[in-house]
Design a protein around this ligand. Structure first.
Ligand code: SAH
Length: 225
């Protein structure tokens, strides 16, 4: 395949940023969407498409999320810079890198070992020393380090898992896609002294959250992206 030149990627990135501006207001989020190299988180043959506003396959039936969704979820956390954030579903490591630019510490968990290893390698190469990648088993999230001021779930389950609410700090925010296999609603759940409030951020489509709090297995009817 022909080598994709720097300028072509830069042009695609400028177009993507213009698109993101329609929906994203937080300038800090827009700045990190411009500075984190998404092309490092996809395979070489997909590098040319790194700044397309769409999910891309990362192997093992999983995807790196659409940039607009990454930006929306990040903006919804309203990070100030001193939070500890948990991400469920490390995948390529791209969302973790975006978070690492905006906050003090990121703990990210993944259930597929080669993805966790690949993401940890890229994040280390890019110098993200404030991200810890963990391989999970049957436990949902990473209770060892709880509570988290922000929790971001990048795989979709049928409901909001109580185990994640338990890992949320008193003023914490949880962003999670919830719904059926083919379409879900992105929810922002905010914790406060008066309890939990839920805001609907719009429809979305994620790969399944697998295991406790999610789907028992990767359903055979789930479409590959
Ligand atoms: N945030 C990723 C997108 C990941 S796709 C990125 O930026 O590239 C969702 C990921 O969630 C997949 O890699 C999948 O293996 C993982 N996953 C699914 N169920 C999980 C669970 N219960 N715990 C941790 N990771 C899970």
């Amino acid at each position: 395949m022909a080598k994709v030149t720097y300028s072509l990627l830069e042009k695609a990135k400028a177009q993507l940023l213009a698109e993101l501006r329609h929906d994203i207001r937080d300038e800090r989020v827009l700045a990190v969407m411009a500075s984190v190299p998404r092309e490092k988180f996809v395979s070489d043959d997909l590098r040319a498409f790194a700044y397309d506003n769409r999910p891309l396959p990362i192997g093992h039936g999983q995807t790196i999320s659409q940039p607009l969704i990454v930006a929306m979820m990040t903006e919804a956390l309203a990070l100030k810079g001193n939070e500890k954030v948990l991400e469920l579903g490390t995948g390529s490591g791209y969302q973790a890198a975006i978070l690492a630019e905006l906050t003090a510490r990121v703990v990210t968990v993944e259930r597929i070992a080669p993805l966790a290893e690949g993401a940890a390698a890229v994040l280390a190469e890019l110098g993200y020393h404030n991200v810890q990648v963990h391989l999970t088993d049957d436990t949902l999230g990473w209770p060892e380090e709880a509570p988290y001021e922000g929790i971001l779930v990048t795989a979709a389950g049928p409901d909001v898992p109580p185990a994640l609410i338990e890992q949320l700090a008193p003023q914490g925010r949880l962003v999670i896609p919830v719904g059926a296999h083919d379409v879900q609603e992105l929810l922002l759940i905010s914790n406060s002294a008066s309890g939990l409030t839920t805001k609907r951020l719009g429809p979305c489509r994620f790969v399944p959250l697998v295991g406790a709090g999610g789907w028992p297995t990767v359903d055979s009817g789930f479409p590959e992206l």
